[in-house]
Write a protein that binds this ligand. Structure first.
Ligand code: UD1
Length: 442
């Protein structure tokens, strides 16, 4: 797929229904959690996305048996024979995903050591792992950073500790959870991230026998246990994918029912969608999103950690905001480099200007530094088809939305990256009436 080019003929409102499955930001982590058990875990609602394939291969290299379950989208992970993996085989996964770093705690508990290849993930800023490594060291791990990756050892059983995150990082919170559950004694994590995917991971770990409590002040307390068993768990739906399709409906003046979408995970998004002028109908089976006709309303928005407006919702929404009548301001406060994709929207006819200042809201960590992290979007703009190279997962999907909303045709290269997080996205687009086709790369 990566070598092919997607040709998108824009201008057709997308109408119809699609189904979202388990969350990309939960499922790979629940798969890593399975390593902590002594018996098999059964995970349900697993999407067919590249990140799941990568994590399957990685845990298999460490002796976990991964097999399909009884129902579609079910995976069984048997960790009874976890062992050291061949470093060269693990290193072959360098740069493919950021999930491997979460294997540290579980591997240290199971085998006393871990090798983590150089990390990948989307190019949306520096994405350091200093919080992860500081936490692992506080648990008693010895971390040796080498050019090919991280070599970790646990000279003795890891012990619970008191930690405060400098920022409520999702990954670092998960790192602490996956390490603290089998550590000796109590771990208290302050300033933790509390995203719904983290709460779902806590649910998985509790099913396995862990003792974790989540307090209202972003403190997580874990009482370590000696052993965990396997769990059966159905993943929460992918609220990032839901928002992407919602914004596609809005930007193309369409009407899309997203089966499987769950209101409680995305109340902040739903409020914003309505504020822009989109309509929603929430049912037990999913959520219908549509453009009711007439002009859309501009707004000021700031991305934030949960329960704020999620940074991964920002890119698809900005495409819809290019169609709002007036000036919108978007202040990205979670990642410093997550507005670069707007260059392509400007190339397509949008009026978007980036600023280094914190516009419109509270000053954030990036305010006095050299990061263009605020965007001013003036609309409505007519978008025109363009030839684009997809930069990262969420930015990439926003190019697809823009191409669908534009007049004329666009060609999109490097589309394979979207497969990392969107299951059967081409089939879903076709099901909504989008005019898309593969063309050979020239
Ligand atoms: C996860 C999500 C991603 C989402 C992000 C924020 C997955 C697979 N990815 O990414 O979709 O956009 O949460 O909701 O779940 N930071 C540090 N040092 C660290 C760790 C993080 O400085 O050791 C900083 C990051 O650079 C960033 C901020 O903390 O500025 C938030 O990052 P984090 O929440 O850790 O994001 P991820 O877990 O990588």
């Amino acid at each position: 797929m990566a070598g092919e080019v997607l040709r998108v003929q824009g201008g057709t409102p997308l109408v119809g229904e699609l189904t979202v499955r388990g969350a990309k930001n939960l499922v790979p982590k629940a798969m890593v959690a399975a390593l902590l058990g002594t018996t098999p875990s059964r995970l349900r609602n697993i999407p067919d996305i590249a990140d799941v394939g990568i994590v399957s291969e990685l845990v298999e290299l460490h002796g976990v048996r991964v097999t399909p379950g009884d129902e579609p989208g079910e995976l069984v992970l048997d960790p009874s024979a976890v062992e050291d993996a061949d470093v060269v085989a693990v290193a072959a996964h360098a740069g493919s995903s950021r999930i491997p770093v979460l294997l540290c705690g579980p591997l240290l508990h199971r085998t006393g050591r871990a090798f983590i290849p150089d990390l990948g993930g989307c190019r949306i800023g520096d994405r350091p792992i200093d919080f992860h490594l500081d936490a692992l060291r506080a648990f008693g791990a010895v971390v040796d950073k080498r050019p090919d990756g991280l070599y970790l050892k646990a000279p003795e059983r890891l012990r619970g500790t008191l930690l405060t995150l400098p920022y409520p990082s999702v990954g670092a919170t998960e790192q602490v959870l996956l390490t603290a559950v089998l550590a000796d004694g109590v771990t208290e994590l302050r300033n933790a991230a509390v995203e719904p995917e983290i709460v779902d991971l806590i649910a998985v770990l509790q099913k396995m026998g862990a003792n974790i409590s989540l307090h209202t002040d972003r403190t997580i307390r874990v009482v370590g246990v000696d052993e965990l068993r396997g769990a059966t768990h159905r993943s929460m739906p992918d609220r990032l994918e839901v928002a992407s399709w919602a914004c596609t409906a809005l930007a193309t003046q369409g009407d899309v029912f997203v089966r499987g979408a769950r209101q409680v995970d995305m109340m902040t998004f739903l409020n914003v969608f309505r504020a822009v002028g989109g309509e929603i109908d929430i049912t037990d089976d999913g959520i219908r999103f549509w453009h009711p006709g007439g002009p859309l309303t501009p707004l000021h928005l700031e991305t934030d950690v949960h329960p704020g407006f999620m940074t991964d919702w920002q890119q698809p929404l900005v495409v819809a905001l290019t169609q709002a009548s007036g000036v919108s301001i978007v202040h990205e406060t979670v990642f410093e480099g997550r507005l670069g994709y707007t260059d392509a929207l400007v190339q397509m006819g949008a009026t978007i200007q980036l600023f280094r200042e914190c516009l419109g809201g509270q000053p954030c960590r990036y305010g006095q530094r050299n990061y263009a992290h605020s965007a001013v979007i003036a609309g409505p703009s007519k978008l025109y088809g363009a030839d684009l190279e997809i930069p990262d997962l969420r930015g990439g999907f926003s190019y697809v939305i823009a191409a669908l909303a534009a007049q004329g045709h666009s060609t999109l290269r490097n589309v394979g990256i979207i497969k990392r997080g969107y299951e059967d996205f081409l089939g879903k687009l076709a099901g909504l009436g989008a005019d898309v086709e593969w063309v050979p790369a020239s």
